[in-house]
Every structure is written in structure tokens, then in C-alpha cells.
Design a protein. Sequence first.
Length: 188
Amino acid sequence: MLGISWSARLASLPDDIDRKLASGRPAPLAAAAVIRTVAAAQPDARLLGWWLADQMSTQRLRWPLPVPLLMAETSGLRRTGRGGGLSPDTDGLDAAVCVAIALGAARACRLAAEIAPRAARLEAVVPKLRAKGAGDAVRRLLEDDVVSGTLQTDGLSRWAARRLFERLVALGAVRELSGRPSFKLYGL
């Protein structure tokens, strides 16, 4: 899915990454080491390196779920020129990874501060909903990034889902995110 052809060099990556995880280095420096390791194993696998660096950061920080801090910030670092060393061959990679993690964490905190009140608003309007499958639709809205406007569940037909989502938008509990009249996506 990442457009990488399989090679024998990639087979040794899990062991190399496990050794880096056990090294005790701080999360950003261990993540930079993973990026270098992947680039050395297969230079065309840059995207995989950044993705694995996010996984490494998650494990080093002992978070229960992975958070794509680096993947979300690498394009912004390239565009603005901060960090200067996104190539695994340069000395600026460690600093770039530290900056990317800091920027990604700040962005994640801002998003959480935006989404939390919306989730509370959605939970507050649940008693006003009369549709039989509303509970499942609300659960999906809280758990997923987006939900299709044509959602179908055991208790909710596609037409009932459309009416439910229109009601939730009218109550200010969710937003329509796609901006298209024919296929709508809803989320917090």
C-alpha cells in the first residue's frame, strides 16, 4: 500500500527496530534512528520510515494507541523549511524529528480541544433523538473520523440515517464535512 517493493533487506527491519526500541533513547531520537535504518535498508521506502518512526514514538512514550505526529507534520516541515534536515543522510534529522513531534503534539492538543466540546454536545442531544438506531450512529460518530450519510445498521435504514444526520446538524451536534449534495460525510 505504500508503493514499496519487497526486498530481503526489509525482512531485517523488525529486528533492527526492536533493538532501537530497547536502546532506551528518547522517543524523538529513537524515531530518527528508525528513519535512518529504513532509508539504509531501502532508500525508496521513506514513507514507511516516517510511519514506523511514529510507531516507535508511540511505543517509547507508552501510549495505548498510535498517534501520527510525524506523518502529519513532515510535509509542513518541508514546505516551511524548518528543521532543514528531513533527509536521513543529514545531521539535521534529529532536530527535524524533535520539531515535528512537538508541532504534531501541539496540533493534536488543539484538535482535541476543538473536538471535546463537540462530542459533549453530541452526547447532550442523544435524549432528543427518537430514531431506533440512533445509539449506534452516535457511537460511530464518536469513534470514527467520519460517518457516511448513507450509514445502514440493523436498526437504521439509509433514509432514517439521512434524517438523523440532518437532525443532528440542525441541533449543532455534528457537521457535514464533504460539502457535496449527493454523498455526504458527517463528523464532529
